[in-house]
Write a protein of this length. Structure first.
Length: 148
């Protein structure tokens, strides 16, 4: 997924930069601040990021931009943030400022399983049950209650 054809030999990686932007609607100024110093085609990065993340519209998505020595790049898009998926499922704008005393919203076990399945590729586990526990911990710290 780079803007230039990949050469036959392997290129040296110059830098890896993580960007976090709204899916399908990247901000040129913020991406430009991060990537400008590396001499990468910012418009090309934005176009690829927007195309790759359009399916997650309305959520924040992270992506690793791998910059090679010839200024070409490769984009590795991650899944949306767990907090964003939890807020969307609970139907709230933000989590609770006092998560253990105030409840921001609720989600069902089924919604928790869907979020865990979505996040599974980016988590450090292969088990859906473990992924559920990780996401449930995020929900708890946001003041979102998981109900059966």
């Amino acid at each position: 997924m780079s803007t230039q054809p990949q050469p036959k030999k392997k290129l040296k990686i110059n830098a890896t930069v993580r960007v976090r932007q709204p899916a399908g609607n990247a901000n040129v100024a913020k991406i430009g601040q991060v990537l400008g110093a590396h001499g990468v085609n910012i418009a090309g990065v934005m176009k690829e990021f927007n195309a790759a993340t359009a399916v997650h519209s309305g959520l924040e998505v992270s992506a690793d931009v791998i910059i090679f020595e010839d200024r070409s790049f490769e984009l590795a898009v991650k899944t949306p943030t767990a907090a964003g998926l939890l807020r969307q499922a609970a139907g709230v704008q933000k989590g609770s400022s006092q998560p253990h005393t105030e409840q921001a919203g609720t989600i069902t076990r089924e919604q928790l399983r869907q979020i865990a399945t979505t996040k599974l590729p980016d988590l450090n586990t292969d088990s859906v049950e473990e992924a559920e526990r990780i996401v449930a911990g995020s929900a708890r710290s946001m003041g979102i209650k998981v109900v059966d």
